[in-house]
Design a protein around this ligand. Structure first.
Ligand code: MCA
Ligand code: AMP
Length: 509
């Protein structure tokens, strides 16, 4: 049997007339219709010369058709490369140059800029797709066949590349195989008891692991339905909650909903499961949610490179502040970051992971890949944690210089590089400090050259053209000098301590 994720999903789908995607206004796309629509798009990709292994880069707004395009890529054996809609043209240039896609699909509003880049970088085709599912991909595939013979893939063949920024600045393309995605989706479906009767409220973006591989692939594996919201909007969530059974979100979803008086036992009565991930869920948030709704949020932990690693149990104790035990078939351990020696239960160390979920490596970066694995094949996550006697993992910090803002990762080095390149800047340090809404707020601390006259607005206006909005510092602060240790290393912990109340909590949770 082919290891193609799509073929496996199709073979498992029993109720083809059941809805796969439902729009917020109630318009349903059945599994049958999704198979036909993705076949048309697969035929379109083949007509553009896409061959197995070719990359298809996609920077489009969330829509049902965008997900059909994902399925089409799986069907032709192409490598799906989703890109955050917030990325600037400067960021897109790197991704397109590095991945060398055969086709780029973008929003019609970005066509001019992307086409110019594509020409420069030798991309064969640029197509468009907007938030309503309209664009050249729809026009050109309209009359194509609704059948497609899915390309055979082994589990080891690539299904997707997702770029993840690195501590050294340059983004790395994490190569995920059909087996990585299939194994994780099946394990999560079982662990979280997804069935064809479930309706998932889908308010996450579909260009990252959480919204694409966790939410969408689990839905597909279980033959469930999902209500596809263009974005997280509390009014829409409360309107649609009575018809849903599950929701997945980042902690900001949960804190924003807790701020809303509409969150009650009654409004969440039809729900059986709330899942949180991508960033730490405060134990207080977990408890407040239970108090208001009677539901215990199920927190899980994952990475772009590994999909999901651990999860609190569906049945059994969900411990606030813990991300639960390793998922079935996955091995997690905590080791000394320096010596690599395994740590006993309860001691803090570097979290390492091994299993069918772990990616194949970074695209065209064999040395970087090798550096992230131990000699016995464990992936080094960069997260610091401990494992208790019942195998529950708690994340206590990060060994990597990373800020997580509203579930999006921001690597300080990338922002510092842009700030340091500005006229008048001597040096900068970018840190994350507690933020009442986004969990952590990106913050820049800048030292100017003598006589330079650059202010906060000036720094932000330069950054705007270079970096996606979520990476921009919420504040830019100016100091005379950065604190350093005797080795000359900037003391970011000291800076985090100094500015810990910058975005003071607005409420108790
Ligand atoms: C929007 N803004 C942000 C963020 N989102 N700034 C910092 N961090 C963010 N996450 C900016 C906007 O551009 C805007 O700027 C201002 O903040 C206020 O926007 P707002 O309307 O409040 O934002 P929003 O549109 O409501 O978005 C907030 C959000 C969104 C719903 C939390 O960021 C989101 O959907 N996050 C989910 C990310 C996610 O899916 N992560 C999973 C990665 P201005 O006012 O200047 O215009 S996968 C992963 O991490 C692993 C594998 C895992 O374990 O899941
Ligand atoms: P990304 O590379 O975008 O996939 O982000 C992965 C990182 O998100 C992990 O290495 C963790 O630092 C963080 N993360 C994901 N889920 C959780 C969680 N439940 N609690 C704490 N951190 C998390």
């Amino acid at each position: 049997m082919s290891g193609n994720l799509f073929s496996l999903i199709r073979a498992r789908t029993e109720r083809v007339s059941a809805p796969f995607i439902v729009s917020p206004t109630g318009q349903a796309t059945s599994y049958e219709a999704a198979f036909a629509e993705s076949a048309k798009l697969a035929n379109l990709l083949v007509s553009k010369g896409v061959k197995p292994g070719d990359r298809v880069a996609v920077q489009v707004e969330k829509s049902a058709r965008a997900l059909m395009l994902y399925l089409a890529c799986l069907r032709v054996g192409a490598v799906y490369l989703p890109l955050n809609t917030g990325y600037t043209l400067a960021e897109m240039e790197y991704f397109i140059g590095d991945a060398e896609p055969r086709v780029v699909v973008c929003d019609p509003a970005k066509l001019a800029g992307i086409s110019a880049l594509a020409r420069e970088l030798g991309v064969a085709h640029v197509e468009t797709l907007d938030r309503n599912g309209i664009g050249t991909v729809s026009e050109e595939s309209g009359d194509l066949a609704t059948e497609f013979s899915d390309v055979e893939r082994t589990g080891d063949d690539l299904a997707a590349i997702l770029y993840t920024s690195g501590t050294t600045g340059r983004s790395k393309g994490a190569m995920l195989t059909h087996a990585n995605l299939t194994s994780n989706a099946s394990v999560l479906k079982g662990s979280w008891r997804f069935t064809a009767d479930d309706v998932l409220l889908h308010a996450l973006p579909i260009f990252h692991t959480h919204g694409l591989f966790v939410a969408t692939n689990v839905t597909l594996m279980a033959g469930s339905s999902m209500v596809l919201l263009p974005k997280f909007d509390p009014d829409e969530i409360f309107r649609l909650l009575p018809g849903a059974t599950t929701m997945m979100g980042v902690p900001t979803f949960y804190t924003r909903l807790l701020d809303d008086p509409r969150l009650t036992r009654e409004t969440t009565a039809n729900m059986r499961l709330f899942v949180s991930g991508s960033a730490p869920l405060l134990a207080e948030t977990h408890r407040a949610w239970e108090q208001r709704t009677g539901h215990r949020i199920l927190e899980r932990y994952g990475m772009t490179e590994t999909n999901m690693i651990t999860s609190n149990p569906y049945e059994g104790e969900r411990i606030p502040g813990s991300v639960g035990p390793a998922l079935s078939g996955i091995s997690v351990r905590v080791c000394d970051p320096e010596t690599g020696a395994a740590k006993p239960a309860g001691e803090v160390g570097m979290i390492q992971v091994k299993g069918p979920n772990v990616f194949k490596g970074y695209w065209r970066m064999p040395e970087k890949t090798a550096a992230e694995f131990t000699p016995d094949g464990y992936f080094i996550t960069g997260d610091l944690g401990k494992i208790d006697d019942n195998n529950y993992v708690s994340i206590v910090g990060r060994g990597k210089d990373l800020v997580i803002s509203g579930g999006y990762n921001v690597y300080p080095k990338e922002v510092e590089t842009e700030i340091d390149a500005m006229d008048g800047v001597f040096e900068s340090a970018v840190i994350g400090v507690p933020h009442h809404d986004f969990g952590e707020g990106v913050t820049a601390v800048v030292v100017l050259n003598k006589g330079a006259n650059l202010d906060e607005k000036g720094v932000l206006s330069v950054l705007e053209s270079k970096l996606a909005k979520y990476k921009l510092p919420k504040r830019v602060l100016f100091v005379d000098a950065l604190p350093r240790n005797t080795m000359g290393k900037v003391l970011k912990n000291e800076l985090r301590q100094t500015y810990k109340d910058l975005y003071a909590l607005k409420r108790a949770v």
